[in-house]
Design a protein around this ligand. Sequence first.
Ligand code: PEP
Ligand code: MN
Length: 337
Amino acid sequence: MIIVMKQGATDTQIANVCARVEQLGCQVHLSEGQERSIVGIIGDVRSLDRAQLERLEGVERTVPILRPYKLTSRDFQPQDTVVSINGIAVGDTQLVVMAGPCSVESQEQLLDAARAVKSAGAHILRGGAFKPRTSPYSFQGLGEEGLRLLAEARRETDLPVVTEVMAPEQVPLVTTYADVLQVGARNMQNFALLHAVGEAQRPVLLKRGMMATIEELLMAAEYVLSHGNERVILCERGIRTFEKYTRNTVDISAVAVLKQLTHLPVVVDPSHGTGKWELVEPISRAAVAAGADGLLIEVHPSPETALCDGAQSLKPDRFRQMMAGLRPVAQAVGRTL
Ligand code: PEP
Ligand code: MN
């Protein structure tokens, strides 16, 4: 349930309503909008007397919320969440592009990629140090050495770094190096991990599971928010369908649906979404046109020798062309790049 306060309700009236809700054994999530404030109620609301709450001073009305997610929902917080990553705002007018190799492979590879994506206009450097691979015989990532290289690339380029964390016990280590903690598609419902990143002091990039519904993605985000971390960025990265031509099927409608259902920023990963570098540019345009707040793009200095995901990685010059082609699309939907 939410309590919608009247326009111009005083701080004292809002504080009284919050106190009353807490007295009744529930928790409060206060969203102070420009026009009016909304007091979200978390907990067992069945015993609450709506008429009684509506009699409190400053209250306009109460609205029952039937959706299973609360903190994540736009009903609880109508205004967009803007996640700041070292001063880069995700969820604001400017689109945010996170780019870099699938995996950190070497100092030279990462620095080449980092310089290239920076000069093409990317805002954040991506690169995996802990890799969730289908086969135990595939390259598993450089681990902490990869994190060190990411930190070095950040020092040189000034780009913040996003990298995947695969297990709760890795969160402290990854947090010491990374600016954003990525939870991969395969771990979207790793509830212990969601709990751990919920307690971390870093923004979280939460990728949609390859077989997850939109509601399951929002419930996963709810875990992170409910453990205290409200800086969550959602990522549509394609879902598994019967279509085999592409690696996954990018659910463009999910972007528009998520923008309706949640205040959290939404980015799209057309690299994993399609599995083919030729499709990355057109699907990036579609994502921006549909209202995405940013993109996650794999770029590799020499995709043909990449240890992971070469087929979907852009060469630096193609990435640069893609960025140039995106600018008019961004402008057409009222965004900048
Ligand atoms: C990745 O971003 O490198 C990755 C492994 O993505 P996903 O979890 O979406 O497969
Ligand atoms: Mn990859």
